[in-house]
Design a protein around this ligand. Structure first.
Ligand code: FES
Length: 177
């Protein structure tokens, strides 16, 4: 007999998810929306919560895991206030996105050689190399949270960093230069 303790979500999260699931013809159809709700609550989809989603919707954990790893908007670990995604697929790569990624990491004190998302120690920025952002005609492309940035170059990348700092920390002395 297993003595494993299952993750128990906060009652308000469970009620929100229950209300959401009730709007779909079958629980499994709600999976992406439930994932958004869980991520909004935790800032990511932790492993325990992933298993809870699967149990709740009567699907296998691998089905949820596949979605978490396929869609760039889902995260398995918390990300910074500003999540900057740099496209590394062909059109963007040909127009210098790898060099821009290196430049961005240098500016933020991150290691461009590390695979996967990296977050600055103050939790302000996460930088991640991702596949096509569906803006190949205006390469190189980046996203910062939900906003798309096109035809990026070093100057625009520096501006983006400054905009983020101004938006959230208007009185901050620059910690990332
Ligand atoms: S290749 Fe970069 S947006 Fe498509």
């Amino acid at each position: 007999m297993s003595h494993r303790k299952y993750f128990k979500p906060a009652p308000e999260l469970e009620s929100e998810v229950d209300a959401l699931v009730a709007r779909y013809p079958s629980p499994r159809s709600a999976v992406v929306m439930v994932m958004h709700t869980v991520q909004e609550y935790f800032g990511c989809i932790p492993a325990d919560a992933l298993e809870w989603i699967a149990r709740k919707l009567d699907i296998e954990p691998i089905n949820v895991y596949e979605l978490v790893t396929f869609y760039p908007m889902f995260h398995q670990a918390p990300v910074g206030k500003f999540h900057i995604k740099v496209c590394r697929t062909l059109s963007c790569a040909l127009r210098g996105s790898w060099r821009l990624h290196e430049f961005l990491c240098d500016r933020l004190g991150l290691d461009s050689g590390v695979d996967g998302p990296q977050t600055t120690p103050d939790g302000m920025f996460t930088v991640e190399f991702v596949e096509c952002l569906a803006s190949c005609g205006t390469a190189p492309a980046m996203m910062c949270n939900d906003e798309l940035y096109e035809e990026m170059d070093r100057e625009k990348t520096s501006e983006l960093i400054e905009q983020c700092k101004k938006k959230w920390l208007p009185n901050m002395d620059s910690n990332h230069d």
